[in-house]
Ligand binder design. Sequence first.
Ligand code: ATP
Ligand code: MG
Length: 166
Amino acid sequence: MNNPLLVVENLGKTHQDGAQPVTILDGISLQLSAGESLAVVGSSGSGKSTLLHLLGSLDAPTHGRVLVEGEDLHQMSARSQARFRNQKLGFVYQFHHLLGEFSALENAAMPLLIAGRPVSEAKEQAEALLRRVGLGHRLDHRPSALSGGERQRVAIARALVNKTPG
Ligand SMILES: Nc1ncnc2c1ncn2[C@@H]1O[C@H](COP(=O)(O)OP(=O)(O)OP(=O)(O)O)[C@@H](O)[C@H]1O
Ligand SMILES: [Mg+2]
């Protein structure tokens, strides 16, 4: 039997920073194994981004645990969390969060550059993905010179760049 890659146990998030505590998530439990896909659906404001931020170690839960390959994500050091995000996760944010000073190619290559891979290899893999999302003619454009959908496609290429066979 496959060990699950991701185990979420009784996860909860309550914001305490306003006048009243606001509970966004309460008692979320799920498991995912390698090769499985999961879509999180719900109305606007129901907590989808909050859940994904907790699963990505961008935010800390109020209660419950997230185990990634058996390791408690929110007990890891900030450094280990950063390594986990860099090497194991691909984020496509609701707002694209591209870096404005860098080209489409550099943005898509950024996870590999941060991981210390050779620049030529990082750019080659990023370019292949940008071509797959139809942006081969916009490699040198900065985000400000891309359309909204083009920015989202660069963000998708960046999220997948770790998975390209090296
Ligand atoms: N700091 C905070 N304090 C209180 N409530 C908050 C805070 N931050 C976010 N919320 C609330 O958390 C709820 C869930 O937000 P979240 O961004 O997870 O929703 P979502 O499901 O991703 O929605 P959408 O589909 O609109 O992107 C929202 O109602 C929001 O107002
Ligand atoms: Mg959202």
